[in-house]
Every structure is written in structure tokens, then in C-alpha cells.
Design a protein around this ligand. Structure first.
Ligand code: FES
Length: 962
């Protein structure tokens, strides 16, 4: 049925004729806007745009989605009376699962905006274990009644509300701690470093009793053990051992043969805990080995020093290793640097580093002498840049560095942990605030003249102003910052001191062209990209550069699958029928864009596929997992690679449906197998697209060395015929100057620069004479001269009967398709004349005889005329002037529009179609040409092979003479 209400009120303009804005007004006053096509239901559009409105049957049968339409016209769709009665419909109610907009809409949704979000769960349990493992560490055990409802991954953490505390707003102080137990163990175990004055420490040592009630929220975090078989290297700093223990216990529960080596580092002997447990696991797990070190020189440990000193080449498996590290930021950076300096790129580098804050009042009095801070936040570090001393502590079961400012006002120890949402990281992508690790640059507290060493937390630290000094790191002393003796040193509780700017990246950035294509690639067991070898032809010329890197793309999908398997464990069997309905809806949404093994619309598939995969992470209620997934940049990568793709693995869309079915039927194994298989099929789709794109870019015909030593300017070189001709000329040895108004031309130039003898780009508006001159100047400045000019800019903008053209439109066509060539010829001729010769190839058109683009036809007719006339006028200067006249040519979708407006109605669509029909029928071969066929003619005329041809126009249009 069609419903019409007060259209238009309160909504914004359409994005195009068939798409409308829908304002979703929630009960809590929040309004969210979505765009919705006329052939799409509001529910479908809403879920695709990550707004999960109430939904159940999706079919107009249950009434769950019922909403009041304040304004707008829509097709209400088909539904049963039980879901929406006639009276309700007459009052303005509608069913978003069935309704399709015919104008902008305003809908009142019967729910709060919170329904669109899934939040971390809250649990209440009782303290069942309080064990003092050492002077500095407690083991806290909690049991919850509804244990079956708490699913977490080994490595994740929770926020515990500390009983009997008040954060100043009436709410309890929260602290973050990682689980130390295996995900299926009944009892929840946490390792807690005691810090005098700290909220949790005070509670545990002074008030906590068994049986007391505690609450916590979670799980949080994206630091968890990915499922894989490759070896792992585990590094734990202090109570950062907790999540590592959870991982080891998981391996133990799975009877995993996976090779794993743990290096456990602490500051002092009293911090060394859970040794018995680690030894038990080493005894039980055949692939597990471990070692530990203590940085305190007075330690009785065999290894005195830092974890990096215990990393052996054998632990890194030449890079075929996943590294899991939980420790303070300096430890993370030290390991990153150490591994990079070893020349190793691990397939995965997962870390959890944590933030710091202030120290308690008792500690302030003893600043510089005691490690004693519990409250940690990254922000505190960033703000406190006047610190002089260091100490170390932990939250979330991990050690961390802290910066103490004796003269300043540290944050209160009872301040809640401000674990910034982004204060965790994944796979080499640091997501800390930019002011990571505050570095003191102010005035230092004067030390006694003869006191070149200070002690903090039992550790000796060199003063920062003692000048350059080589120290033996094995001597137990800390290293001063050699390069900046009085400046920025970084340190942590007897761990390490770093220069501020000498941390090497673990991974080298991908080549610019690749990196730009897909954004940051991180996460998962990812091997970063590198350019594949240049293809070198038999004549010594080079063609192509294998972008983008296939192995990098594969790694992205492996990383996605690893995260999804984690998300599955958190959500499987826990989704409501409404959540499953949303999941099903998003799976269905991907189907129309694939037909068998062909993409119907690759861009839409990419979009709907991203919404489907996002949803599972959203359902975990764990923002970190969703962020970790988004940080992979899968969608961006797919958008770039699949831009021109035609082939899709035939099961890709079906997988989405089957995964939802497995969730619905409770078939855990099937869901897991499908997620893994889907990753493989996605990889195949991407590989095929990359291979096809490389094949499409590579010239089909190449005459080696034909343009060796020549400088060739090509206009309109960012795409289409111009780009293809440029690629061929470059492959044939020419130095190319690529001119275009679009910055996309830079991409082509970078590509050809890598594979050919030389390529530069020139971004210019060739509809102006200044633009044309600037291109010639760029060519002369780069290569000293211009041997060949190929004028390729042009193309009809409008397609309609001549009487429909306005004066402005006629002018625009002439500017685009004639003036660009006229100006470029005028700009280049002085240079060619001075050099004693040259070649100009104008790309005209067979449309000099065609319909519905008369101004364009006229422009190209003029190009033919100027070709003949210039040839006559400049023959004596050794300059040939020739032209090709292409007919219809098949090309990938344009990345930059010519400005052709979308047909607004049937008549305009018919006008457009008529010109296509005429073009095809004028070709004796009854088909469009290819880019290779057009480039072949251009390159022949531009080369010395055509040395006796001038003033001619060569039709390349399947027999259409133009
Ligand atoms: S009527 Fe059931 S979800 Fe719309």
C-alpha cells in the first residue's frame, strides 16, 4: 500500500533521485539519520548503516518494528493485520521491515537509542580467594553464580568495582585486571600488584574478606590468543603474567601441541610469582618452555636483566612466530626494537601495554624511593611532563611505568583508573593518545655533586645529566640516554632507559601506492606488504609492478578470521532472536550483489559485506574488538582491490547465510568452519581481482625499446586510453610526463616510475593556456625536452539532442574537447621547433559523425582540422602532426566523472542509450574497441615507425570512418 503524509518536514535533501533521508527519532530524544533507497526497506538500510532498530520477523508478521511516521511518503509494503492494523496504518504507524520510502521520512522508533548498542555485561560475584603470593602480589579469586553467561577470551580483562570506595560521584572506584584463569574454569583468578595507598591494594590488604560481594564489567580488550598453529613467543612483565597465564591454561585445556616460549621479567625477587604454576604447565605442555629474569642486581635469580636479553633467535623462527606481550610501554617498545634489529618481521605482534597515573599520598613523601603507584592512566603521563623520578606499578594485572613529579600535584591515588578506551593496542598498531610516554624536559631536581647514581625501588638509575657513558647493560646498571645526555630519557622501575626517538618500526611501511590503497594494515598475524619484484622483459625493459601485494591481502583476511573466531566464542549461543534477525538481514543484504561467480555490484557487495562482519563484533559488546577489526582496514582494502572486479567466489555470499544458520541452529563447529572457509574464499576473490587488475593494466602488446630515449607527454593520463597509452610507452622505454586534472595521475606516475625509465606527473587544468604551458615546463624541467605530445584530454559531457543544449553547455564541451588540444599544441610547438622536431598525436573521435553530442562532434571535427593544418604548417620544422579517431571503447568504470549528469528521467536515459546504439551500429564489427586497440594506434603514430605519416587521422573504430 502507498501512504502519503505531510511530506518533507524536518528532513534534509536527497542524495539522489532514488535515495531518501530517513530520520530515526528514538525515545530518549536521540535522532539518527540514514539514507534509504526507494527499493530498500528502512530496516535494511538501518542495519546496513549500523543502527539496529527493533526487529524480529523482518516480514511484516510480528509488529516488533512498528514505528510512527511523522512525515514523508512511503510504500508500506505487505504485512498482516496482526502486525499492523488498518487503524494503526491510518494513524500513521508503519513497519520499517516492510516500508520503502518515496520521500524523506521522519520515523519515531519505539525504543531508546541504546538498543543500537550492545554493551559489556555486568556481573556480581563473591570473593572466594585472597592469597598473598608475595610481599608485592595478591591473588584474588571470585566466583559468580551465572558463570555460564560470562564468556571471555584468554588475555581479556574486566573492570572491577572496588567495594567500599567512592570515586567522588557516589560510584565505586574501578580497576582493570586481566583474567589469569582459563576461560572455562569456574573460578575467576586475578593477580594484583600491591601498591601502598592504592584503592584496590588498600581494599585487599585491609578490608577484603571471603564471601564479600564484588561486581565487575566485561570482558574487555582485543588482546587475546588467536587460534593458529604457528609458534608463539610470550613475554610478560610483572603481573602482566596474568593474561599470559590465561593463554597458557587455554593451551593446556586444549592439549595443544603448539610451540610456546615464555619470558617472564620482573623488577625484584618479591615480584616473582606463580612459578609453581608455570612449572606445572611446562611439565604438562609438550611444546612449552620458559625462562625468567629479574632486573634487580641484588636478585638471586640466574638471569639478571631484562626480557630482551633472553630472546634468542630460535624463539623467533625466522619470523614465523606470533609474539604476545603484556607489559609496560617501554617493555613493548624495547621488544619491538629488539625484534626489528634482529631483522625479523613476526607474522603477528600482539601486545597489551597499559597506562599509568599518580601515586598515593604516602608515596609522594618518598618520591623517588619507592615504587608504589596503583592509579594509572595514559593521560596522566601525557600531562605530567615535569617528572624527575620513576617507579613502577600495574593495573589490570600488569606492570607499568609511572612518572612522578615531586613538586607537582599528582592525581589522587583513589582516582579511578582511567583506562582510556584507546589505551590498548593490537598487532603493532599503537592506539595510545599521541602524547605517549611523557618525557621530562624541564628543570631537574639538583642531586648531590657526587651522587651520580640514584636509587629508585631498589634499582640504580643513572642521573640524566652525567654525560655520555658506555655501560655494560649486563652489569645491572641502567643505560643513560647516550645521544641526549641531559635530555629525554625514558625509564621504568629498573627496566630500561630509552632515547626518545630511536624506536624503529617493527614493520616497514608498505609502498606508498599500496598503503594509500588500503589504509593502515595492522592486526592479526599480518605480514606487512612489500612490492613484488618488477617484471623484467627479455629485452631488458621492465613492465608493471605487482601491486597490491597479495600476501598482505591474505594476511588481512587471516587476521579477520582470527578475530571473528574470538567474537564467535563470545557470542555463540548468547544472541537474542532479535540479534539473530539483524544478523540474518545483513547476510541477506549481501546476496543481490553476487550472481553465481560474478559481482553484480562489487562496491555494494563490499559495503554490505562490511556491515555483516561489523555486526558480529558489535554483538560482543566489546568496543575494543570492533576497533581492532576496523583497524585492519578490510573494507578499505576491499574497496580498492575490488573496484573493477568481476569475479567473486561463488560461496562468499552464501557463507554469510550459512554462518547465520549455524548461529541459529547452535552448530558451533559449523560456524567455526564456515568463518575459516569464508576467509579463504575472500582471499581467493581478492587474489583473482588483483591478478585481473594487473593483467588489465599490463599492455597486451609491447614493442621493446620503441620509445627508448624519448620524452613523451600524455594528457588525460590518469585513466582510460591516456593511462593505457602511457603504460605501453613506458614499457617500451619512453620517459613519460603524465598530465591530468586529477591527483589520481600521481598514482599512475608512481607506478610507472618504479617499472619504467622515468615518469613524472603534472596536475594541471588543460582547459586553460596556463595549464598547458605548465605541463610543457614540467616536462622540460624534468627531462630537458618534449619529443612526443599525445593530446588525449576530451570526452562528451552531455548526451542529448542539440536543441536541448544550453549556451553554457556548448561552451563547456568545446573547452573540454577542443581547447585542451589547441592550447597544448600551442604550448609545445616552440620547444619542439627549437629541438628540431617532434610528433603530436591528437586523439580525436569517430563521433564527428554521431548523434546526441553535436558540440563534442564539432570539437573533434576541429581537432581533425587542426591536425591537418598544423601538419602543413610545421612539416618543415620536422614536426609530424597526426590523429587517431577512436570509436566506442570499453574501459573500466571511470574513477573521475566527466561531469555527465545522471539521467533524471526516462527520456534522458533514452537519449543516452541512443548514442550508444548509434556508436555500436556504426562499427562494421558491431562492437566497442579495447584500450589496447586504441593505445596500439596511438603508439604506432607516435613512434618512428610512422615517420612518413603526417596530417592524417586514423579511424580506430571497427570500420566507422567518423
Ligand atoms: S513486523 Fe516483524 S519485524 Fe517488522
Amino acid at each position: 500500500m502507498t501512504v502519503i503524509t505531510d511530506a518533507g518536514a524536518g528532513t534534509t535533501a536527497h542524495t539522489d533521485a532514488n535515495t531518501h533521508q530517513v530520520a530515526l527519532s528514538f525515545e530518549d530524544g536521540v535522532t539518527r539519520f540514514i539514507t534509504c533507497r526507494e527499493d530498500q526497506t528502512v530496516a535494511d538500510a538501518s542495519y546496513r548503516q549500523r543502527i539496529n532498530i527493533p526487529l524480529d520477523c523482518r516480514d511484516g508478521a510480528c509488529g516488533t518494528c512498528k514505528a510512527f511516521c511523522e512525515s514523508g511518503d512511503y510504500d508500506g509494503g505487505t504485512y498482516i493485520d496482526d502486525a499492523l492494523s488498518e487503524d494503526e496504518s491510518a494513524e500513521g504507524y508503519a513497519l520499517p521491515c516492510c516500508m520503502k520510502p518515496k520521500s524523506d521520512l521522519v520515523l519515531q522508533i519505539s525504543a531508546t537509542s541504546e538498543i543500537a548498542k550492545t554493551q559489556a555485561s555486568s556481573f556480581t560475584g563473591t570473593v572466594v580467594e585472597l592469597e598473598r603470593l608475595s610481599e608485592s602480589t595478591m591473588r584474588l579469586g571470585i566466583r559468580i553464580e551465572n558463570r555460564g553467561q560470562l564468556a571471555f577470551l584468554p588475555g581479556q580483562y574486566v573492570n572491577i568495582a572496588i567495594p567500599g570506595t567512592d570515586d567522588g560521584s557516589g560510584a565505586p572506584v574501578n580497576r582493570s585486571y586481566s583474567f589469569a584463569n582459563e576461560p572455562h574454569e569456574d573460578r575467576l583468578i586475578f593477580l594484583i600488584k600491591l601498591t601502598p595507598g592504592g584503592a584496590m591494594s588498600t581494599y585487599l590488604t585491609e578490608r577484603a574478606v571471603r564471601g564479600e560481594e564484588v561486581t565487575f564489567t566485561g570482558p574487555h580488550g582485543s588482546f587475546f590468543l588467536r587460534e593458529a598453529t604457528r609458534p608463539i613467543l610470550l613475554l610478560a612483565g610483572g603481573t602482566g603474567l596474568a593474561p599470559i597465564l590465561s593463554m597458557l591454561r587455554k593451551l593446556h585445556a586444549d592439549k595443544s601441541p603448539r610451540r610456546a616460549h615464555l619470558i617472564y621479567g620482573v623488577s625484584s625477587d618479591t615480584d616473582l610469582v606463580a612459578i609453581d604454576e608455570i612449572e606445572y604447565l611446562a611439565d604438562q605442555l609438550p611444546g612449552f618452555t620458559w625462562d625468567h629474569c629479574v632486573s634487580d642486581p641484588a636478585s638471586t635469580a640466574v638471569n639478571k636483566g631484562y626480557v630482551t636479553s633472553l630472546i634468542e633467535p630460535a624463539h623467533l623462527y625466522d619470523g614465523d612466530v606470533a609474539i604476545y606481550l603484556c607489559g609496560p610501554p617501554p617493555m613493548v617498545e624495547a621488544v619491538r626494537k629488539h625484534v626489528a634489529e634482529a631483522g625479523i618481521e613476526p607474522t603477528g605482534f600482539y601486545y597489551e601495554k597499559f597506562a599509568l597515573a599518580a601515586q598515593p599520598p604516602a608515596a609522594r613523601a618518598e618520591a623517588g624511593s619507592v615504587e608504589n603507584t596503583e592509579v594509572l592512566s595514559e593521560e596522566a603521563i601525557a600531562e605530567d611532563t615535569s617528572a624527575t623520578d620513576i617507579s613502577a606499578q600495574h593495573t589490570s594485572g600488569q606492570a607499568a611505568s609511572v612518572v612522578v613529579s615531586p613538586g607537582s600535584t599528582p592525581a589522587d591515588a583513589d582516582e579511578p583508573v582511567l583506562m582510556a578506551a584507546d589505551a590498548r593496542a593490537i598487532a603493532g598498531q599503537t592506539v595510545f593518545p599521541p602524547a605517549d610516554l611523557g618525557v621530562w624536559s624541564g628543570t631537574r631536581t639538583a642531586a648531590a655533586e657526587d651522587d651520580s647514581l640514584v636509587r629508585i625501588a631498589g634499582q640504580r638509575l643513572w642521573r640524566g645529566d652525567i654525560g655520555e657513558r658506555d655501560l655494560d647493560p649486563d652489569a645491572g646498571a641502567l643505560q643513560p640516554t647516550a645521544s641526549q645526555p641531559s635530555g629525554p630519557a625514558r625509564s621504568i622501575a629498573g627496566q630500561e632507559i630509552f632515547a626518545a626517538a630511536d624506536i624503529a618500526q617493527l614493520h616497514n611501511p608498505a609502498p606508498v601506492a599500496v598503503a594509500a590503497a588500503h589504509g593502515e594494515v595492522t592486526g592479526g598475524e599480518v605480514a606487512d606488504g612489500e612490492a613484488a619484484p618488477t617484471v623484467v622483459g627479455s629485452q631488458g625493459y621492465q613492465i608493471g609492478e605487482e601491486h597490491p601485494a597479495i600476501h598482505e591481502s591474505d594476511a588481512l583476511f587471516e587476521a579477520r578470521a582470527a578475530l571473528e573466531l574470538g567474537a564467535l566464542e563470545l557470542t555463540f549461543g548468547r544472541l537474542s532472536s532479535q540479534q539473530l534477525t539483524g544478523y540474518r538481514l545483513l547476510a541477506d543484504a549481501t546476496v543481490p550483489y553476487v550472481d553465481g561467480d560474478r559481482f553484480v555490484d562489487a562496491a555494494q557487495y563490499t559495503e554490505t559485506n562490511a556491515a555483516f562482519h561489523d555486526y558480529l563484533f558489535t554483538l560482543t559488546g566489546n568496543d575494543h574488538l570492533l576497533e581492532a577489526y576496523k583497524a585492519l582496514g578490510v573494507k578499505g582494502r576491499m574497496s580498492e582491490v575490488l573496484r573493477n572486479a568481476t569475479w567473486c567466489h561463488p560461496l562468499c555470499a552464501q557463507d554469510h547465510l550459512d554462518i547465520v544458520s549455524a548461529f541459529e541452529s547452535g552448530d558451533h563447529d559449523a560456524a567455526r568452519a564456515l568463518i575459516s572457509a569464508h576467509a579463504d574464499r575472500s582471499k581467493q576473490t581478492m587474489r583473482r581481482a588483483m591478478a585481473d587488475e594487473m593483467a588489465a593494466r599490463r599492455p597486451r602488446f609491447v614493442t621493446p625499446g620503441r620509445f627508448a630515449g624519448k620524452v613523451v607527454v600524455i594528457t588525460g593520463a590518469a585513466q582510460g586510453i591516456g593511462e593505457h597509452a602511457a603504460r605501453r610507452i613506458s614499457a617500451e622505454g619512453g620517459k613519460v610526463v603524465l598530465a591530468d586534472r586529477s591527483e589520481l595521475v600521481d598514482e599512475v606516475a608512481r607506478d610507472l616510475e618504479l617499472s619504467g625509465p622515468g615518469a613524472v606527473s603534472a596536475i594541471a587544468d588543460l582547459e586553460t593556456y596556463d595549464g598547458a604551458e605548465s605541463v610543457v615546463r614540467r616536462a622540460v624541467a624534468s627531462y630537458g625536452r618534449v619529443d612526443v605530445l599525445i593530446n588525449n584530454v576530451g570526452g562528451a559531457i552531455n548526451f542529448k539532442p542539440f536543441t536541448e543544449f544550453s549556451a553554457e553547455q556548448i561552451r563547456a564541451e568545446i573547452d573540454r574537447s577542443l581547447m585542451t588540444t589547441l592550447y597544448a599544441c600551442r604550448a609545445v610547438l616552440p620547444s619542439m621547433t627549437r629541438n628540431g622536431g617532434g610528433v603530436i598525436v591528437n586523439v580525436s573521435s569517430a563521433a564527428t559523425r554521431g548523434i546526441h553530442r553535436v558540440p563534442y562532434s564539432a570539437a573533434k571535427g576541429a581537432v581533425n582540422a587542426m591536425t591537418a593544418s598544423l601538419a602543413m604548417e610545421y612539416a618543415d620544422d620536422g614536426i609530424r602532426v597526426v590523429a587517431t579517431a577512436p570509436g566506442g571503447t570499453e574501459a573500466p568504470p571511470r574513477r573521475i566523472s566527466r561531469g555527465t549528469p545522471e539521467p533524471r528521467n526516462e527520456t534522458e536515459a533514452q537519449w543516452f542509450q541512443a548514442h550508444i546504439d548509434q556508436t555500436v551500429s556504426s562499427s562494421l564489427m558491431n562492437r566497442y574497441g579495447t584500450l589496447d586497440e586504441q593505445a596500439a594506434a596511438i603508439c604506432f603514430l607516435a613512434s618512428d615507425e610512422a615517420s612518413y605519416i603526417t596530417g592524417s587521422v586514423l579511424p580506430v573504430a571497427g570500420g566507422d570512418q567518423g
